[in-house]
Design a protein around this ligand. Structure first.
Ligand code: PA5
Length: 478
């Protein structure tokens, strides 16, 4: 998509934090942020901005993701060529991966493709059916195999380490099935992995140079959506990946300034940091759009895994982070909003609002005699969802609950690219404010290692003994 400067401006996403301020919140519950308080955080914000700007692109700090919008021209062209081939050749495209290797592809697919993409006729889809298998539930694996023919399927195995039990177990099952079906594994798999290290590199050599993409050194799983991890699956389902990257670059440009009232990611990080300091340890993300519903899953991992840490950069013990909660407007108005409006004052709310939906869907006439229903007639579903979004923000504000809104003029590649980059930068800034390393995940590694031990991987014998001894006590089983 070619966009003029004027079009870019009109597609710029904005952050409205009116309902976070003491000016607009009533004098109950959350006090709201005064101008004075915001001023007092300016230095913290500026320092965080300086830290992130100074270290951007540094692989050794896992900050290589900041450069992904700029340094992938050649890779993008290669991905487009591969995707074109896959779109012609295969009936199904299956991502095997988990965590940062799965949530991004799920999010982008859901945001930018038809909500019933897999059910559309092939001609309308233009590409293969799309599946992301991010669990090792045996039923799910078996039932996927009931609906795909492995002979007509391309499997994108995504794992930076090539050592994740879930992904490697899936790979083994698929490779075995392909062999049983008389197919060459190599013809049906694409690896996305580390450049040199890891088991997928070894397997690729054994199979005879599998088509592979590199997850660059300085890019961790949850910051990898704009790398081949996300770009190949996106291109396969027809997403315009060049525009996605352009959207990210646009947000990067907006965030060059350390001024809070001009830098959307810095503003969001500061608002969240103030909330965390005031005991709001729950952050609810509530998109008013089915297309954006999996942004919440992707963001939940980004925010939780990056900020949930027990040690600061200088080694001081701490327990920081904020629990991300996923909600969907309007669906969760009828489930969670009661708690949000009247429950404890321990949450901050972020709405994702859409200015113009790709469909309007008029609500026809047909109930003239029943005014309680007739008021809907002649409106559109777009008007209804937008009214409900506004109404929920209003009700929360009236009840003294801090909330802010990220406005997307439309949901498309350019705005999604902006949103992803905004959240990634916001996370990096918040990590700097909390003085922790947002790019490691020792807590995840611990679980991975315990699984190795339980399943008898060599080198983990001691841990296995300990785990075997940790059997549940029947005295406490009811
Ligand atoms: O964000 C992360 O680093 C993790 O969620 C990883 O993406 C996840 O654990 C999968 O790891 P790998 O890509 O090594 O298979």
């Amino acid at each position: 998509m070619k966009l003029t400067e004027e079009q870019r401006k009109s597609l710029r996403i904005t952050v409205d934090y009116t309902n976070m301020t003491d000016k607009y919140l009533p004098d109950i519950g959350d006090k709201g942020i005064s101008q004075r308080k915001l001023e007092s955080y300016k230095k913290t914000a500026k320092d965080a901005h300086t830290y992130v700007s100074k270290n951007r692109g540094k692989d050794e700090l896992y900050m290589g993701w900041t450069e992904l919008p700029y340094n992938q021209n050649e890779i993008v062209n290669d991905i487009l060529a591969t995707a074109k081939n896959i779109r012609k050749k295969f009936e199904n495209f299956v991502v095997l991966g988990i965590g940062g290797s799965a949530l991004g592809p799920i999010m982008a697919f859901n945001a930018l493709c038809h909500l019933h993409y897999n059910d559309l006729p092939r001609k309308k889809r233009g590409g293969p059916r799309f599946f992301v298998e991010d669990n090792v539930d045996p039923v799910r694996m078996k039932e996927l195999l009931d609906v795909i023919d492995v002979k007509k399927t391309c499997f994108n195995v995504i794992s930076k380490s090539g050592a994740t039990s879930e992904t490697m177990a899936q790979y083994l099952i698929i490779a075995d099935l392909l062999k049983q079906a008389g197919e060459k594994v190599k013809d049906h798999v694409i690896f996305t992995t580390d450049a040199k290290r890891g088991n997928l590199v070894k397997i690729s050599k054994e199979l005879g140079k599998v088509k592979s993409y590199v997850l660059p050194d300085g890019v961790g799983g949850r910051f990898s959506e704009l790398s081949p991890v996300g770009l190949l699956p996106a291109a396969v389902v027809g997403i315009d990946i060049k525009t996605l990257l352009k959207g990210a670059a646009y947000m990067d440009k907006l965030c060059k300034t350390p001024e809070l009232d001009k830098n959307p990611a810095l503003l969001c990080a500061t608002l969240q940091y103030i909330c965390m300091n005031e005991g709001k340890n729950i952050g609810v993300l509530m998109p008013y759009s089915d297309n954006l519903r999996y942004v919440s899953d992707w963001y939940a991992q980004l925010w939780a895994e990056s900020l949930g840490k027990n040690i600061t950069l200088d080694g001081t013990p701490c327990n920081v982070g904020q629990t991300p909660v996923k909600a969907l407007g309007v669906t969760d108005q009828h489930s969670q909003v009661q708690l949000y409006t009247e429950g404890p004052f321990d949450k901050v709310f972020t709405f994702l609002s859409v200015g113009s939906y790709k469909e309007k869907t008029p609500i026809p006439q047909g109930c003239e005699k029943i005014p309680d229903v007739n008021f809907l007639c002649g409106h559109t579903m777009e008007e209804l969802i937008q009214a409900e979004n506004k109404a929920t923000a209003y009700a929360l504000t009236k009840a003294g609950r801090m909330n802010y809104t990220i406005n997307l003029p439309e949901v498309n590649e350019f705005t999604l690219g902006q949103l992803l980059y905004l959240f990634e930068l916001q996370t990096a800034y918040a990590g700097a404010m909390l003085h922790i390393d947002p790019f490691n995940q020792p807590g995840v590694e611990a679980g991975k290692k315990a699984t190795f031990a339980l399943l008898g991987k060599s080198g983990y014998e001691e841990q296995k003994k300990e785990l075997d001894g940790a059997a549940s006590n029947p005295d406490y089983v009811v």
